[in-house]
Design a protein around this ligand. Structure first.
Ligand code: NAP
Length: 244
């Protein structure tokens, strides 16, 4: 295992959920953090809590220039980027016949384009240095789809394809991990506007089986703590209570 102390880690979607928990855990372990999201008050509070090892850049990751500015903040503040936790995502689920096309567009923009823009922002720097770790957050919904998750699953299947391609193209220099979480308690479901989907979630009792987001943060940190010659390339993590 290696220490994450002084490792420079860029985290997208750091203002809540998995991203915020990962930032707190890495901050306790002495990593240097570059935090990105849209809600500045959350990012500022997190940086105040972590201290001088954390900086932030307000960014909409679906905008290429914002992603580039986030990486530049890391380079200006710490001189290098060792790792990217490519985590920002949204999940406004709906049934296809409802035609909530704007939500489809937003998912494609944030969950696919945002992941690509963040990779673009750090990749050449990592390749020039000959090392780096990129952790992309997919979902169990990226391994199988369900009614109401067609578009969300499509974006998360894409994250898997992007991760596989990235690993193959970076010729063993860059460690690429794709993490597939099951149901964990975060703010993710708050973006669902289709009432019939909310009903399905309630009926299936997802809130009762959902796990603590800290467990996913621990998995992310353990990827970074592996010896450089070891890559945990694909990890499915679910609450034990979530059998399906
Ligand atoms: N929770 C689960 O059960 C679960 C399961 C499988 C996969 N995931 C995936 O895990 C990742 C993290 O989600 P979470 O569960 O932690 O949910 P969350 O609490 O809602 O966090 C999502 C994060 O993404 C950020 N974000 C959203 N749109 C953004 C944009 N346009 N630009 C920049 N940042 C943006 C949000 O910050 P701002 O709103 O401040 O921008 C927030 O920090 C997502 O990719 C999600 O799909 C979650």
């Amino acid at each position: 295992m290696q220490s994450v102390k002084d490792m420079v880690v860029v985290i997208t979607g750091a203002s809540s959920g998995f991203g915020a928990e990962t930032a707190k855990l890495l901050g306790e372990k002495g990593a240097k953090l570059v935090l990105g999201a849209r809600r500045e008050d959350r990012l500022k509070a997190l940086c105040d809590r972590i201290g001088e090892n954390a900086v932030y850049s307000v960014c909409d990751i679906s905008k290429k220039d914002d992603a580039l500015a986030l990486a530049q903040k890391g380079l200006d503040s710490f001189g290098k980027i060792d790792a990217l936790v490519n985590n920002a995502g949204i999940m406004p689920l709906s049934f296809l016949a409802k035609g909530m096309v704007e939500d489809w567009d937003r998912m494609i923009d944030v969950n696919i384009k945002g992941v690509l823009y963040a990779i673009h922002a750090v990749l050449n720097h990592m390749l020039e240095r000959g090392s780096g770790t990129i952790i992309n957050i997919s979902s169990i919904a990226g391994l199988r789809t369900n009614p109401s998750t067609a578009v969300y699953s499509g974006t998360k299947y894409a994250v898997r394809a992007i991760s596989d391609g990235l690993r193959m193209e970076t010729g063993g220099k860059i460690r690429v991990s794709c993490i597939y979480p099951g149901a964990f308690t975060t703010e993710l479901a708050a973006s669902i506007r289709d009432e019939s989907v909310i009903e399905v979630f309630r009926a299936r009792g997802f809130d009762k089986i959902a796990g603590d987001a800290k467990r996913v943060a621990e998995a992310i940190v353990s990827v970074l703590e592996q010896n450089p010659e070891l890559s945990l390339s694909d990890i499915v993590i679910r609450p034990t209570a979530q059998a399906m």
